[in-house]
Design a protein around this ligand. Structure first.
Ligand code: OSB
Ligand code: MG
Length: 386
């Protein structure tokens, strides 16, 4: 593999309107905020990465503004002038700066993209090269769709019906206290054979264990992150009281966290988000652990723009990602994405890997400028919340 030398790094904060607001237990968001990393090599190759973040420190502890600060002041300067012969070298170059996983993941992703392009490879094949022997990219990722909290049961059923008609083969419903058992019951009654799962984004405590056990009779694929974002141990206790498999999202921030979770029986499935664990190098380590433990695995999303989505699809095409990932088609999120071509839902609820090298999508300069202007004109965030 040919090494790259990093010449410059530009950071772009963008605001992109969603087709419809996304409602979670934190509130409704009308726009996607993202920090994009544009990395140029001495050979003139441009790599792109996305820091997957939100307006507020509600999912993780970072925001668009903290990620910009950490990258601009600390992490990006540490990479300028560096010669990299393997993207696995990136974590060591920024290890002296702690935490800030979403920021570091975006930077590392830009290196992976530039490295793959420089070596005339698709990013998915580049990941496969570092995956266990025989784990070749399948060229497509099997995906599902995540549905935000709706105003009523009827509205929920209508959205599910619409998504199934579009071809999504797995439905994830966001739940919260007071919006859970009834939703699962109603949707299951209407769609008896659909692959169905719930995501609680940490809204419950162990005192709700009995309440959550009432979900067991609805044949759910899994319940995602029911308890606190920082309590792996409690999920182990809960899992012993549920038949439904617990999937961890927020709680697993590293390979080390995953080893602890496995040790205490805290999960039966992993949602792996590259941003949450600090990048694709850590993802590859986590991937190996999942293979070793036969742990079902899928790739999570954070409503990324095409840049982040493309990298996630590239990883989700690895064969041990064996449950549908939270990566939907472009038209589930945006009227016009920041990049082309869009991701289109294909047969069997899959997204195909684009043909080009690296992430395989091209950032559109005019849309980038427009989305940057939209950010600068709408700051502070109050103006873009529903
Ligand atoms: O918990 O999986 C989550 C979006 C933002 C923050 C957290 C989550 C999500 C999603 C969206 O569920 C999944 C997607 O990108 O489609
Ligand atoms: Mg989640």
């Amino acid at each position: 593999m040919k090494a790259i030398t990093i010449q410059s790094i530009d950071l772009h904060t963008v605001l992109l309107p969603y087709l419809s607001p996304f409602e979670t237990s934190f509130g409704a968001e009308t726009d996607k905020v993202a920090l994009l990393v544009e990395l140029r090599t001495e050979a003139g190759v441009v790599g792109w990465g996305e820091c997957s973040i939100e307006f507020w420190p509600g999912y993780g502890c970072e925001t668009a503004e903290t990620a910009l600060h950490i990258l601009a002041e600390f992490m990006a300067p540490a990479l300028i002038g560096a010669t990299i012969s393997d993207p696995h070298e990136v974590p060591a170059l920024i290890r002296r700066f702690r935490g800030n996983h979403h920021a570091r993941a975006g930077l590392e992703a830009a290196v992976w993209d530039a490295f793959a392009k420089h070596n005339a490879m698709r990013l998915t094949d580049c990941f496969a090269m570092y995956a266990p022997e025989g784990h070749d990219s399948q060229g497509r990722a099997t995906v599902g769709v995540s549905i935000g909290i709706q105003p009523s049961l009827e509205a929920t059923i209508n959205v599910v019906r619409q998504r199934l008609a579009q071809g999504y083969g797995r439905i994830k419903l966001k739940i919260k206290r007071g919006w859970d058992i009834e939703v699962a019951r109603a949707v299951r009654a209407e769609f008896p054979d659909t692959l169905l799962m719930l995501d609680a984004n940490s809204d419950y405590t162990l005192e709700d264990a009995e309440h959550l056990a009432a979900l067991d009779k609805h044949d759910l694929l899994m319940i995602e992150q029911p308890l606190s974002h920082d309590d792996i141990y409690a999920h182990g206790i809960l899992q012993r009281r549920l038949k439904t498999r617990v999937c961890l999202d927020e709680s697993v921030k590293s390979a080390s966290d995953l080893n602890i979770a496995l040790q205490v029986g805290a999960l039966g499935i992993l949602n792996l988000k590259p941003a949450r664990v600090g990048g694709f190098t850590e993802c590859l380590e986590i991937y190996r652990i999942c293979v070793e433990h036969d742990l079902p695995l899928w790739i999570g999303g954070m409503l990324e723009t095409g840049v982040g989505r493309a990298a996630n699809v590239a990883f989700a095409a690895l064969p041990a990602v064996n449950l549908p990932s939270d990566i939907s088609a472009t038209d589930r999120y945006f009227a016009a994405d920041i990049s082309e071509p869009p991701f289109v839902l294909g047969e069997d609820s899959t997204l195909a890997i684009p043909d080009g090298y690296g992430i395989g999508v091209e950032v559109q300069r005019d849309r980038l400028e427009e989305a940057k202007r939209r950010w600068s004109e709408n700051y502070p965030y109050g103006k873009v919340m529903a």
